[in-house]
Every structure is written in structure tokens, then in C-alpha cells.
Design a protein around this ligand. Structure first.
Ligand code: ARG
Length: 585
């Protein structure tokens, strides 16, 4: 479906060429939605930049462009304002035609990617035998939204849960399990993985004999001792059960099939180091084997090493990531690999990508490697979010609290839902609010975790958006009770006379650009901002333009159709963020 922005941009570019010649074909029209409806629907800001190149005052440049601009049947008003802004107002008929096309489009204006890619999204990736905490929440939620958006555009998304399921800590964990009587590897359930880890750690610190046993155990684990491996596997299975329960409650689409943990790459690590050596990329540094990726220096200008093998022969996080990247590129045939982790791992990934390029495994433009960093979740004191006692916040507790608080908020609203409906709504609203609070912030920034704000029905929140959807659904329930059927509305002629109607229409038309923009920038908050703007425009429309009591049936049906389309875009947009809508609340 041709979109308005593209159309106007093309017309503007043609006008520039006509006015100033072919040399100006590359000039970006700098077109955007007008900040204020008073100044029209769109504005083009190119005249100011062109002025110098052309050698004329910006307003004159704008005038020359407008003179050549062919927007017959598209705009009925073109104005030059301020230093040289070109303000464009669409004709009501053209706008209505665009919205009608959108309403008839199953994809709501979001076109499939022209060349679908295979995209690996590495996200969540918690550590085995440790309960997921609030820090894992962000990767899980952001990664899932990114995966959904990419998939919706027709890309092949391969989710990879890079579980931390290997390392020396398993020595103490397994030894501790044996002490607890898990010696045959048969299934016992572990109530609290955090407790297990902490107890093992405590023993390891306090009891030298235990620490020695733990060390021996690591050797056995690495040597492939069957009994040890069985216990190790039971820890992984148990952890996965915990993770899956969280994923399910969060509505996150990760399953066991998506797990390729660190241990998966064990038998590829020696090759990684061997091949780095053959490619002449390895150096010795204090007994360890390291790579010096080009362009990474410490403060004193000394090259920074990425260690791939310790002096005792052990491999590291970076070695595993090199193996994983190779697997993703060569075996999974990824065109793009996206890593969703906290910003503190920025240097790790920068050095990893540089090494992959240097050694040729990610040569040229064969694959795009992208780190998607995010900031921290902070408490009201602006310090990393903790429990009142200063401990890490368990994810399960957070989910419980979200649902409980949402239930309270809904109870206060005094709706007439039965118990089952109420708990379903509490779930959608509570979990939705939690996810949205995370997604709606520019991800690289830290954000302050604030229950009241995220559950508010006003502001850029999930409940606000869900409520806009509910409002529309309730109009339709009422319409049905008055005998106005949806099938009739589906064919209603769209008329856009009121400025509030235009604002909704213009917002709806943007959905098709927003989704691909999120796919390229990997910034879900852009979709949140968009949905919030749409819901706000709809809210104003609802206040200004009576729907069921519109002056005549044609206006009523047009408004109903605009409402239905808004509901569709809200539902689909929230779905891409992994947030459910509800019919009533
Ligand atoms: N397990 C790691 C952590 O908790 C995250 C892994 C991210 N993925 C990767 N390929 N390194 O910090």
C-alpha cells in the first residue's frame, strides 16, 4: 500500500529537481508530521538546508519548490511558514481514500519486508541454577518484542536462549546437591534455585574440604563423567522449568526448542581457538591466549586483549560467544544476529564483533551483528532496584505483585466483571503494565520502577492503551444493541470533516512506517510512543465527536469505522509488544 509520506517525499524531490536541477535529486525532503495541526498535516524542512547549496534565502528556496510542487488531488493547502517550512495539508477526500485503503488492508498498512532475512535474536539468556531476577526481565521483554516485530514483517526469526549453563560454579552446585541426597540424578524438585545457589556458595566459601570436592567435581564434569553429567542435567531441567513458568506468565514466546546454552558450544571451543591461531589472530599474554581486536585500547593506549583461553586451558564467555556467532552464521545462515543484553556488556560485544570481522567469520557485509543494549531498572532511590531488605527482586514475586496491584486497581474502578473475568483482566493489565513500562522507555536509559505510574490509566501506560481499546469495544457493544451491525460499518464511507477525525486518520496512516522503523532501529519504545499518540488522538476524537449520537447515520458509520480501525491498530500494535488487550475492564 503506497503510504502518504513516501508519496509526498517523492513529489517534493521531483519539485526540487525541477526547481534546481538533477544535481539536487539526492536532497532529503525532511518530511515529518506537523507538530501542530494548525500548521497542516505534514511539514517539509528541506529549504533551510538547501539554501546554502542553492545560494538563495531559505524562504525563496521554499517558494521555488512550492512553485514546482505537484500535489493536485493530494493537498489542498501548501503554505510557507517561518524561516522556510513547507506546510502541507491533505485534501479530506485524499485522506479519506487513504484511510479506506488502510481499512481494507489485512496488514493495516504494514508491508512485508522486500527481502526477508534470517534473524537470530539472542535474548533472555538467564543463568542456570539462579532464579531469574529483575535484570533478566528487560532482556526477555525487549527481546521478545523485537522478535515479534521482525516476524510480523516476514523475516525468519530464530530465537536463541543462550543459557548460562556451564562453568566452574557447577562444581559446588553439584557437590551441594549430592550432600542433599540428589546423588542418583533422579528428579527432585528444587523449590528455590536462589537458595540452592546461595547455600552452595556459602559452603564453598566456608568449608575448604567442600571447596576441594567442588573443584574435583568440575574436573569430572568437564571430563564427561556420566553421574556428574546426570546431576548437571537435572539442574538444567529444573532451571528450565522455572524459566518456562516465567515465560508463560509473561506471554513470552521462548520454548525449550530455542535453548542453545553455553554448553551447546563446548565441543566447538577448541576449534575456535585453533582456527584463530591458524588465521594468525592469536597472541600469548601472561600465559593466556588472547586476541587483540583492532581499535580497542586502554586509557594508556595499550591494546586491549580479549582472552579466549586461560593459562590453565579453560575457555571463557568470549570463546563461547565466538563459537555461538560462528554457529549462527554458518549453520543457522543468519543475515542478522541481534544480542539483547544490558549495556554493561557493550565492550564485550564490540570486541567480539571486531574479532569476528578480523578473523573473517563475519567478513564484509555477510552478516550484520548488532548489540541491543539496555539500561538498568532503578528503585525510587535511583539505585538498582532491590527488595526492601536489599535483596534481588525475584521475577516471580514481581509478576505476582503486578497482578495483585492490577486487581486492586480494577476493583477500585468498580466494574461489573465476574471473578473469572476480573482475574483475566488483572493478568492482562498487570503483566501488560509491567512489560509496557519496560518497553516504553528508550531502552538504553535506566528507568525508575514505579508501580503507581505503570498502572495508571492516564499517561503513556499499558492500562491507558488497553482502556482506549475497551472504550471502542464498548461503543460497538452498544451499537450492536441498537441494531448497528459491524458488517455495515465495514463498508461505510469514511468522511473526515472534524480536525479530531483528521488527527486519528493521520495517526492510523503512520502505523505502516512505525513497525519497519522498530525493526531497523530495534527500539520498541518507538512503537509505544506511536500507540500512545494514536490512543491520545482517539481520546480527543471521542470527546469531540459523538459516535453513536452523531448527527446522521453516515457520519455515525464513518466514525464507527474509524473507531474499529483504531481498535485494530491498537490490538495489533500491543500484540507486537507482547501485550494482551481485554474486551472489558
Ligand atoms: N547469561 C548472560 C548474562 O546473564 C547473558 C548472555 C547473553 N548472550 C550472549 N550470547 N552472550 O549476563
Amino acid at each position: 500500500m503506497p503510504d502518504v509520506t513516501t508519496l509526498l517525499s517523492e513529489r517534493l524531490s521531483a519539485a526540487v529537481v525541477n526547481a534546481f536541477g538533477d544535481a539536487y535529486a539526492d536532497a532529503d525532503p525532511l518530511l515529518s508530521r506537523a507538530a501542530n495541526p494548525k500548521f497542516g498535516d505534514y511539514q517539509a524542512n528541506l529549504a533551510m538546508g538547501l539554501a546554502k547549496r542553492v545560494g538563495a534565502p531559505p524562504r525563496d528556496v521554499a517558494a521555488k519548490i512550492v512553485e514546482q510542487l505537484d500535489v493536485e488531488g493530494v493537498c489542498d493547502d501548501v503554505q510557507i511558514a517561518g524561516p522556510g517550512f513547507i506546510n502541507l495539508t491533505l485534501t479530506p477526500a485524499f485522506l479519506a481514500e487513504q484511510v479506506t485503503t488502510l481499512a481494507n488492508d489485512d496488514r493495516l498498512g504494514v508491508e512485508r519486508a522486500e527481502s526477508p532475512q534470517t534473524v537470530v535474536v539472542d535474548y533472555s539468556s538467564p543463568n542456570v541454577a539462579k532464579e531469574m531476577h529483575v535484570g533478566h526481565l528487560r532482556s526477555t521483554i525487549i527481546g521478545d518484542a523485537i522478535a515479534r516485530v521482525l516476524e510480523s514483517l516476514g523475516h525468519k526469526v530464530i530465537r536463541q536462549n543462550h543459557l548460562g549453563d556451564w562453568g566452574t560454579q557447577f562444581g559446588m552446585l553439584i557437590e551441594h546437591l549430592i550432600d542433599l541426597g540428589f546423588d542418583d540424578g533422579s528428579q527432585h524438585s528444587i523449590a528455590d534455585l536462589n537458595e540452592l545457589y546461595q547455600a552452595a556458595k556459602k559452603k564453598d566459601d566456608a568449608d575448604a574440604a567442600f571447596a576441594e570436592r567442588a573443584r574435583q567435581r568440575v574436573v569430572k564434569l568437564q571430563g564427561g563423567d556420566e553421574a556428574t553429567l546426570a546431576l548437571w542435567r537435572s539442574l538444567i531441567d529444573e532451571s528450565k522449568r522455572h524459566f518456562n513458568a516465567v515465560y508463560q506468565r509473561l506471554g513470552v514466546g521462548l520454548s525449550d526448542d530455542d535453548v542453545a546454552g553455553e554448553s551447546f558450544y563446548n565441543d566447538r571451543l577448541a576449534d575456535v581457538v585453533g582456527d584463530l591461531d591458524s588465521a594468525d589472530c592469536l597472541k600469548e599474554s601472561q600465559g593466556a591466549r588472547v586476541v587483540f581486536p583492532e581499535g580497542f585500547n586502554d586509557r594508556d593506549g595499550n591494546p586491549l586483549p580479549m582472552i579466549v583461553q586461560k593459562s590453565d586451558g579453560g575457555f571463557l564467555y568470549a570463546t563461547t560467544d565466538l563459537a555461538a556467532a560462528r554457529f549462527r552464521i554458518d549453520d543457522l545462515h543468519a543475515d542478522r544476529v541481534v544480542y539483547v543484553t544490558d549495556a554493561r556488556q557493550r565492550d564485550h560485544f564490540a570486541m567480539l564483533f571486531a574479532t569476528l570481522k578480523q578473523v573473517g567469520w563475519a567478513a564484509g557485509d555477510r552478516v550484520s551483528l548488532e548489540h541491543v543494549p539496555f539500561g538498568m531498572v532503578l528503585g525510587p532511590d535511583k539505585k538498582p532496584y532491590k527488595t526492601r531488605e536489599g535483596g534481588t527482586v525475584r521475577l516471580v514475586d514481581l509478576l505476582d505483585e503486578a497482578e495483585q496491584r492490577a486487581a486492586d486497581v480494577i476493583a477500585k474502578k468498580g466494574t461489573d466483571l465476574d471473578d473469572a473475568q476480573r482475574s483475566a483482566v488483572a493478568r492482562a493489565v498487570g503483566i501488560g503494565a509491567l512489560k509496557y513500562a519496560d518497553l516504553s522507555n528508550d531502552r538504553v536509559k535506566d528507568y525508575v520502577f514505579d508501580w503507581e505510574r505503570m498502572l495508571a490509566f492516564e499517561g503513556n501506560t499499558a492500562p491507558y492503551l488497553q482502556n482506549a481499546y475497551v472504550r471502542i469495544r464498548s461503543i460497538f457493544r452498544k451499537a450492536a444493541s441498537q441494531g448497528v451491525g459491524v458488517s455495515r460499518v465495514d463498508h461505510a464511507a469514511i468522511q473526515l470533516e472534524e480536525s479530531a477525525e483528521r488527527s486519528v486518520a493521520l495517526a492510523l496512516l503512520q502505523f505502516g512506517q512505525v513497525v519497519p522503523a522498530v525493526a531497523s532501529s530495534l527500539e520498541p519504545h518507538r512503537l509505544c510512543t506511536y500507540l500512545y499518540d494514536l490512543a491520545s488522538a482517539y481520546h480527543k476524537f471521542y470527546e469531540a465527536c459523538p459516535v453513536l449520537t452523531a448527527p446522521d447515520a453516515a457520519t455515525r458509520d464513518s466514525r464507527l469505522r474509524l473507531s474499529a480501525l483504531t481498535a485494530d491498530v491498537l490490538r495489533q500494535g500491543l500484540e507486537l509488544l507482547g501485550i494482551d488487550v481485554v474486551e472489558q475492564m
